[in-house]
Design a protein around this ligand. Structure first.
Ligand code: FAD
Length: 503
């Protein structure tokens, strides 16, 4: 006799892209009770999307949780360190700013540092808010050193993520997953069997007649959304009214020298271009709106902006920004592109895979998932996507650009109420209140708001109770220490050569 409360005996992962192999590596490490089976089905003919090379700091913990040694991973994936993103021409042509990882300054007596910056910003020698960030200082110096534990060291605030070759990362996780007991099945899924009564997915049918049965299915099938979208018909919420870019063209280039420890996002006339430095090459791409630019023009703009000679063929991709109405339906959970996609401006997609996996662990079901667990998972994931959506929309909305129809559209469009409220609150007195589970903390919102010239009219009144001479002295000291520290640490390229260069 089986009961709905029997444990899940077999987990089937559909797809072997970044999402599939991240999920496989995590479930086989943490949910392996000796009796559970793990199977991953992927089709070599269909292949993977093959982009997705920039990440954000939580990936460091994900790798650590999997027992991955950083230098080994970096060598295997041609990775570099990422300390932030530089935005060029977003507010206006000719203007640039950084969104560095980690803290911006440090709070005094319970008041956020940016409030002091805001109060004193018109004084000589105050500089930009990012002059108070060690990661920004390292970006400007093309330098890298790992975080230090010493609370007196400016390097204690060093916070990093990675740029890596997505195909090599999937291959690296595959090797680990297979050692941990995952069976890989190569083949194209042509049909999906469901239980007649409940509609639960019971098995996948492969082109060559093989059948793969399972209790719980992780849909990592990419934009095809084979189980959640196609089989279970969970609708897609289209967010392109706020994020109108719907195409991309990617073109690798030769390696950059010096090697920057940051991603660059340069606004173009109908979207933006990315530049991602890896050890062996540079990832380049152009994300654009097909309503304002055609594919040939987009590719030409990408080629014109290359900083190193091309090192491969251009690949064109299409997408619609948005999310599925539910990420978990019946016994299917979508991870990665099959659940939704927000353009890669802040490199959040791989993080959303990680979030989906960790929330699945919190709410890991029995063989018949309960409705309440599914509801909670869907609530948490939807909230995550909405927070990220708002953060990305901010980059477009808060622009002064009026040089093309695309920028006129995004500058004047309505934005979600949740974002309009955050912008108004920041304009008033620079306040940012971090919401529960919002991926981006106060320093990120502050860096982008100020970078996009959303300038507060006032500041927190508590600032005025501090001695101005003491505040200014402290700020000057902070800035000088960070610049001096960045000047004495190794160059990013030298650090990699010494510790984690790919063979
Ligand atoms: P895919 O890589 O598409 O994998 C889908 C898998 O499903 C494949 O193995 C395929 O073979 C399999 N499959 C599908 N149908 C079948 C079938 N019928 N039978 C068998 N197997 C099947 N994210 C970031 O975090 N940072 C970035 O910098 C970034 N840049 C991006 C740039 C662009 C232009 C785009 C479009 C995305 C970017 N992303 C980025 C997102 C990132 O690429 C994805 O989140 C990530 O690669 C995960 O993809 P996936 O595994 O969900 O899908």
């Amino acid at each position: 006799m089986t009961s709905p409360h029997d444990p899940v005996r077999s987990i089937v992962i559909v797809g072997g892209g970044t999402a599939g192999w991240m999920a496989a590596a995590a479930v086989s490490r943490f949910l392996n009770n000796g009796q559970r089976q793990f199977t991953l089905v992927e089709s070599d003919t269909i292949g993977t999307i093959g982009v997705g090379e920039a990440t954000i700091p939580p990936i460091v913990n994900f790798n650590r949780m999997l027992g991955i040694e950083e230098n080994d991973f970096m060598r295997a994936t041609q990775a570099t360190f990422k300390l932030g993103i530089e935005f060029v021409d977003w507010y206006r042509r000719g203007k640039r700013y950084l969104h560095p990882f980690g803290e911006l300054g440090h709070d005094f007596e319970g008041v956020a540092f940016h409030q002091f910056w805001s109060a004193y910003r018109d004084q000589a020698d105050v500089g930009a808010i990012t002059d108070y960030s060690i990661t920004a200082a390292a970006c400007y110096a093309n330098a890298y050193a790992p975080a230090e534990r010493d609370p007196r060291s400016p390097l204690r605030q060093m916070t990093h993520a990675y740029h890596f070759d997505a195909t090599l990362y999937a291959a690296y996780l595959r090797r680990r997953s297979e050692v941990q007991g995952v069976t890989r099945v190569e083949g194209r899924i042509v049909d999906v069997e469901q239980d007649g009564e409940s509609g639960f997915v019971t098995a996948l049918l492969l082109e060559d007649g093989r059948r793969v049965e399972g209790d719980l299915f992780l849909d990592c099938s990419g934009f095809r959304s084979l189980l959640l979208g196609k089989t279970l018909d969970v609708a897609y919420r289209d967010w392109s009214r706020w994020l109108p870019c719907d195409r991309a063209v990617a073109l690798p280039g030769e390696r950059l020298s010096p090697l920057p420890p940051y991603t660059r996002a340069t606004a173009d006339s109908a979207g933006w271009r990315w530049r991602i430095p890896l050890q062996h090459r540079t990832g380049n791409g152009h994300v654009y709106s097909s309503a304002y630019m055609d594919a040939n023009m987009a590719e030409q703009a990408l080629r014109d902006g290359l900083e190193t000679p091309p090192a491969g063929e251009a690949r064109h991709l299409g997408f619609t920004t948005g999310v599925r109405e539910r990420f978990w339906e019946k016994n299917v959970i979508a991870l990665g592109l099959s659940g939704g996609f927000i353009e890669p401006l802040e490199s959040t997609s791989i993080h959303l895979i990680q979030t989906g996996i960790s929330k699945l662990f919190w709410l890991f079901p029995d063989r018949r998932p309960s409705a309440v667990e599914r509801r909670e998972y869907n609530r948490l994931m939807t909230e995550q996507y909405e927070y990220i959506r708002d953060f990305i929309v901010l980059h477009y909305k808060a622009t002064a650009r009026d040089d093309t129809p695309f920028w006129n559209h995004v500058r004047t469009m309505d934005v979600p109420d949740s974002l309009a409220h955050k912008i108004d609150l920041f304009r008033e007195k620079g306040r940012v209140l971090r919401y529960d589970h919002d991926l981006f903390g106060v320093p990120s919102w502050v860096a982008v708001m100020l970078g996009q010239h959303v300038l507060p009219h006032g500041h927190d009144p508590l600032v005025d109770s501090m001695d101005p001479a003491r505040v200014q002295q402290t700020m000057q000291r902070m800035r000088a220490t960070l610049t001096a520290t960045a000047a004495r640490i190794p160059s990013h390229a030298d650090y990699i050569a010494a510790h984690c260069a790919a063979p």
